[in-house]
Design a protein around this ligand. Structure first.
Ligand code: FEO
Length: 399
């Protein structure tokens, strides 16, 4: 049965939701699923904006067929070639062999790399090119590295609708709803939206900034992303989040404490520190075990909070591997502009602290507090003064 949703008189959501996929990109857990959005414009010409992941192809086809009736599909606009959106191109072409595919030259190259059977039916567009489909005229805007190099967004100048590709997307399935105002977005979705942005597009903040600058030159009334809800109210809310995330500016003054602990002693030190912070009035804190928290959640909260404490045991004379992986992900995603304190543990040759500092030194604009501390095996009474000094420094910095 079709699951399409009407957006306005001419435009429909015809995508699919996926609750079965455990790991997005086979790496990020998505306990609440994900949507693959595709949009169908019924104008003098019929136009499909992007397809869906292979797993949603059947749903996509049912949705399109119900709306098209006896009409044929004239155009397929591909804004983004990643297979979670483009994998169903072949299915579309099998049903509507005369469909013209409109996309960027780089996307065409990728279509050949992915062995999609597109040859005579391709129309490439340049930045600023326009196409008129009847009542609706669209402009194509290049959006390289948001999130792949071939990406573009399409702006419907008639209705002020931005087909924004991965930008403004989110994890979570739509579950029958479509518009952001149909959810309590801040409570239900924001964490997943942030986790999606930071882990998928987070590395490319400057490219997102370039896209936001281009978007500021047109009057956007609605945003139709490739994942998550459609925005037609309070666009400033999501634009403001993107402004923070893409400039690596924290959303909140708060402290994330991430610990790596083998037998609970480093964990204990982290917990004592959190208590001391609370005594100093710093309660916007989060404590995470790096071994049992998927790194995508750590990255997401790190984009949210201003301060970070890394507390790590020494392992094989190095950083505990899950902590090392977290640091590598921070570096890979270009995380910057944070204040960090380091606490190390080591029973005979503590080394984690110095090595963590070295990793942080290779990231941009990270402030590492001079106050740091070393514990040997477990926190002792004689360490408490030092921990107080560290708590004082953190509290002064975050306030
Ligand atoms: Fe949702 Fe970059 O694909």
């Amino acid at each position: 049965m079709y699951t399409s949703r009407k957006i306005n008189d001419d435009l429909y959501w015809v995508g699919a939701n996926d609750h079965r996929l455990a790991l997005f990109e086979n790496i990020h857990p998505i306990y609440h699923g994900v949507s693959y959005n595709s949009y169908l414009l019924l104008d003098k010409k019929t136009v499909l904006f992007d397809t869906v992941d292979w797993s949603g192809a059947r749903q996509l086809l049912e949705n399109i067929k119900e709306l098209l009736g006896d009409r044929k599909l004239d155009y397929l606009v591909i804004n983004h070639m990643e297979p979670d959106h483009a994998a169903s191109i072949e299915e579309i072409m099998l049903r509507w062999p005369d469909v013209k595919v409109i996309t960027t030259p780089k996307a065409v190259q990728m279509m050949h790399q992915f062995s999609f059977p597109v040859n005579d039916n391709l129309e490439t567009v340049k930045e600023g090119d326009t196409r008129c489909f009847g009542k609706h005229t669209v402009t194509f805007i290049y959006a390289p590295m948001v999130h792949w190099p071939e990406a573009m967004v399409t702006f419907d100048t008639t209705d002020g609708i931005l087909f924004s590709a991965d930008a403004f997307g989110s994890f979570r399935a739509l579950d029958g709803k479509l518009f952001a105002e149909e959810f309590d977005f801040d409570r239900e979705w924001l964490d997943d939206a942030r986790r999606y942005y930071t882990n998928i597009v987070g590395k490319y903040g400057p490219h997102v900034q370039t896209l936001l600058a281009k978007a500021a030159t047109v009057e956007i009334k609605m945003i139709c992303p490739l994942h998550g809800p459609v925005w037609r109210k309070d666009l400033g809310y999501i634009l403001d989040k993107y402004q923070h995330w893409s400039t690596y500016e924290p959303e909140e003054k708060g402290i994330m404490i991430v610990y790596a602990s083998m037998y609970g002693n480093t964990e204990n030190a982290a917990e004592v520190l959190a208590g001391k912070l609370a005594e100093r009035g710093v309660t916007d804190t989060r404590l995470y075990d790096v071994s049992s928290t998927h790194v995508s959640y750590l990255i997401s909260d790190l984009f949210k909070y201003s301060h970070l404490v890394l507390a790590s045991v020494t392992y094989n004379l190095g950083i505990f591997p899950p902590m090392h992986n977290f640091l590598a992900d921070m570096k890979a995603l270009n995380l910057q502009n944070r204040t960090v304190a380091v606490l190390e543990n080591g029973s005979w040759a503590p080394r984690a602290g110095a090595l963590i500092r070295k990793e942080l030194g290779e990231m941009k604009h990270m402030t590492v507090l001079d106050e740091s501390m070393t514990i040997t095996s477990s926190l002792q009474e004689q360490n408490l003064n030092e921990l107080d000094t560290l708590a004082d420094a953190l509290a002064a910095s975050v306030k």
